[in-house]
Write a protein that binds this ligand. Structure first.
Ligand code: ASP
Length: 319
């Protein structure tokens, strides 16, 4: 069993070394996942999280984030927040300094200001350019769910456009520290062209994230509406508590969410870690990967997600 381990969505790669340093030095899983999310939030090249995130229907960047402490199942989240670069840290303050678990919109922004967070313009010139380009340019070969999603957006915008890639993106970090504690952090700018005020799965405990020292942790990326309806992160952890392996748990929970009727269906992914440091991830789209690093390997490792509809034991093992 590893002494410590961190598992993340692939866009967490640049932050992995810093996250591992926290764990190597005996720091907490909670500090590690917060730091990981903060580093991705500050990366303007990642257009799915924090600074440089792609905006909503009206051109405003609105971010969601949450953090969960597996020791106590304490959690904090913020949703539909504008103008703050580090929603993950605001979420942690919600967890530690309020009697609540989730603050949204203006209330969350007010709280961030009270806590001394600085206001920042999250819409970078590059993100604005990409957003405008995707408004204008039609792209063939989109999957039906995305076509419908863009048709829906264009009814509001009076324009037609299609992006060449998925409309969303999120960063997930799940960590097990040297004290045996587990934590999970998730941060996102959500789906671009989303309706203002739309909240995805990322700040919703049980949907986009869940962490429980006794059973393990899980976090999602992709179409948040499905992860909310399927309570996907909590489902993974429940499957593990009923004795399923982490591989089986991610597959079963994702299969359930993926089976829900959804005219806008597109990619949905989940990753998970059990208290022994075993990990796995699943996706309903081929070619999706995740990353992990522990005290037992020198470098971050990339691993394939189990593809729904395939026997996981027929694919290369995820770890
Ligand atoms: N899950 C995120 C949301 O629904 C977006 C994504 O990961 O693609 O807001």
């Amino acid at each position: 069993m590893p002494r410590y381990i961190v598992v993340a969505s692939s866009n967490g790669l640049e932050a992995m070394r810093a996250v591992v340093e926290v764990l190597r030095g005996g720091g907490s899983a909670l500090d590690a996942v917060e730091l990981g999310c903060r580093l991705v939030e500050s990366n303007p090249r990642d257009h799915t999280v924090g600074l440089g995130g792609l905006p909503n229907l009206l051109g405003d960047v609105e971010v969601d984030a949450a953090i969960m402490d597996g020791r106590t199942r304490a959690t904090g989240g913020v949703a539909a927040v504008r103008g703050y670069e580090h929603p993950i840290s605001i979420a942690r303050r919600v967890m530690e300094q309020t009697p609540h678990v989730l603050l949204a919109g203006e209330g969350a922004e007010r709280f961030a200001a009270e806590m001394g967070f600085e206001k920042t313009e999250l819409l970078t010139p590059e993100a604005r350019r990409l957003w405008e380009q995707r408004l204008r340019e039609a792209e063939p070969d989109l999957e039906p769910g995305l076509v419908r999603y863009h048709e829906h957006a264009s009814r509001y915008l009076g324009m037609v456009r299609d992006p060449e890639q998925a409309a969303g993106g999120t960063v997930n970090f799940v960590a097990l520290d040297t004290h045996g504690d587990i934590a999970c952090g998730v941060s996102t700018s959500g789906w671009y062209f989303k309706y203002p005020g739309r909240v995805g799965d990322s700040p919703i405990v049980g949907a986009g994230l869940y962490a429980d020292n006794r059973r393990g942790a899980a976090a999602c990326t992709g179409r948040g509406e499905l992860a909310i309806r399927g309570a996907t992160a909590h489902s993974v952890v429940m499957h593990m508590s009923y004795g399923r392996s982490v591989d089986e748990a991610v597959r079963l929970a994702l299969e359930d969410a993926d089976s829900l009727p959804d005219g806008y269906a597109t990619g949905l992914n989940v990753l998970a870690l059990d208290p022994q440091g075993n990990h796995a991830a699943a996706s309903n789209r081929a070619g999706s990967t995740y990353i992990w690093v522990s005290d037992e390997v020198a470098e971050p490792q990339q691993a394939p997600r189990i593809l729904l509809g395939q026997d996981p034991h027929a694919s290369p093992p995820p770890h």
